[in-house]
Design a protein around this ligand. Structure first.
Ligand SMILES: Nc1ncnc2c1ncn2[C@@H]1O[C@H](COP(=O)(O)OP(=O)(O)OP(=O)(O)O)[C@@H](O)[C@H]1O
Ligand SMILES: [Mg+2]
Length: 443
């Protein structure tokens, strides 16, 4: 199928052609027609499969068809919420790119930067606003934003936006919008406990779930090293010895952990920068841009970079620490293997993290291959005395609390190209059992 068969208007088709989008991805093919028909929609599709265009293209089309009278002040007619500032900027850029010939005006607001330029932008009038919830609520409280004309409301990374960290702000925002708007929810994951919340927001929705039984992209090869916590640094240097890997995204659990890894890599003459909630917005953006431009080889990130961020041809993701929320793993590794490309994800699993690995394997529906040729194999077979791993949040189970999440006010298939990366993975072929300890003894 071609985009033109989806009845996309010429100005948007022109932009898509310019971006070399010819064939719609599965989620785009399935979601665009019902959205154009005015339905509420819940769209679940794997990471990197083009969910942004799946909501942005029909939103732009609906708004440009119902354009406001000439000379009248523009009102916000579509609001898109994203969990992080960086994803907000990226989504805004996508709207600008897809909508470049429509004459519609987009804007983005997020925290950690001066409010003044954002105020001026809002005063001038825009049709589409991309926002992070914290700054949006701040501006709403100051009566600087009017959402009364919103026709299309989008929650990207919907399961994240509806969990404990954001739901409070999201509810406040919804209360300020008309009840009869069109609501679109998109994500690669949708845990059952969030799914009912999502349902309550939608009216007679169309539900699309592409590959529901395989939340992680098949083109991402997933491996695990079993290693002691104190040897992870050494193991990372071993992985980075393969100079053919141009860009590596490393995830750590904490900001301090991220800074520590950067220091250690810098000491080893490997160019690395950190991105996390403890950095200024300026240095966060700089770190991400340097990584995207290949000025730095390694970006060490907390989960603020786990969702939605699109980095061209990123071939390797390393989980220096395993996340205690299995869906987070799916989003982290989904920074590679995007738009039909292949990718590799390697996780470092210490003894205390084995239970997380079990939860992750349950969610992704397969065993993750253990790398046997390991310079620092796991020696500890008991929990460390001062173990500080967060509480486990098993896959597919309701959780009263997600301990690793903070309030947002405190933080912020297509072309074909293969990456070379297997050089670093001298796999012996056998799959190692993820845990030898009984379930009840796990943290
Ligand atoms: N139809 C298309 N043809 C070619 N490239 C596309 C198409 N749709 C999207 N892309 C590209 O695919 C990449 C991934 O798109 P996008 O970021 O929207 O994925 P996503 O599904 O939102 O992923 P995530 O779950 O990680 O947020 C982007 O680089 C985008 O430009
Ligand atoms: Mg996305």
């Amino acid at each position: 199928m071609q985009f033109k068969e989806l009845n996309i208007i010429t100005p948007i088709l022109r932009a898509l052609e310019k971006l070399n989008y010819t064939v719609p991805t599965s989620i785009q093919e399935q979601a665009i027609p019902p959205i154009l028909g005015g339905s509420d929609l819940l769209g679940c599709a794997q990471t990197g499969t083009g969910k942004t265009a799946a909501f942005a293209v029909p939103t732009l089309q609906l708004l440009s068809k119902r354009s406001c009278p000439q000379g009248a002040q523009r009102k916000i007619r579509s609001l898109i919420l994203t969990p992080t500032r960086e994803l907000g900027i990226q989504t805004y850029e996508s709207f600008r790119a897809y909508g470049q010939y429509t004459g519609l005006r987009c804007g983005v607001i997020f925290g950690g930067v001066s409010q003044k330029p954002q105020e001026l932008m809002l005063q001038k009038g825009i049709d589409i606003l991309v926002a992070t919830p914290g700054r949006l609520c701040d501006l709403m409280n100051q009566k600087l934003i009017d959402l009364q004309a919103v026709e299309i409301f989008v929650l990207d990374e919907a399961d994240r936006m509806l969990d404990m960290g954001f739901i409070h702000d999201v509810k406040k925002v919804i209360a300020k919008m008309p009840a009869n708007k069109q609501t679109l929810l998109f994500s690669a994951t949708m845990p059952p406990e969030i799914s009912s919340m999502a349902d309550s927001m939608l009216i007679h929705p169309v539900k699309i779930s592409v590959t529901p039984s395989a939340p992680a992209v098949e083109a991402i090869e997933q491996f695990v090293y079993f290693v002691d916590k104190e040897n992870k640094r050494k193991l990372l240097l071993h992985v980075l010895e393969d100079k053919s890997i141009a860009s590596i995204l490393v995830f750590t659990r904490t900001k301090h952990g991220a800074d520590r890894v950067v220091r250690e890599l810098t000491r080893a003459n490997i160019s690395a920068q950190a991105i996390h909630g403890g950095k200024s917005q300026n240095s966060r953006q700089q770190a991400l841009n340097n990584f995207k431009n290949r000025a730095t080889r390694v970006l060490v990130a907390t989960d603020i970079a786990a969702r939605g961020i699109d980095i061209d041809e990123l071939s390797l993701v390393v989980n220096y620490d395993l996340p205690n929320i299995p869906e987070t793993y799916v989003h982290r590794i989904g920074r590679t293997g995007r738009a039909g490309l292949s990718g590799t994800a390697i996780s470092f699993c210490d003894f205390d993290e084995k239970a997380y690995l079990a939860d992750i394997e349950k969610l992704v529906g397969k065993r993750i291959t253990a790398i046997k040729e390991n310079p620092c194999p796991l020696l500890h077979t008991e929990p460390l005395p001062n173990n500080t791993v967060p509480i486990r949040r098993p896959a597919q189970k309701a959780a009263a609390k997600r301990p690793d999440r903070k309030s947002p006010s405190h933080q912020a298939q297509v072309g074909q190209k293969r990456h070379s990366k297997k050089q670093i993975l001298k796999i012996s072929g056998e799959v190692k059992s993820p845990s030898t300890r009984p379930r009840s003894a796990r943290p």
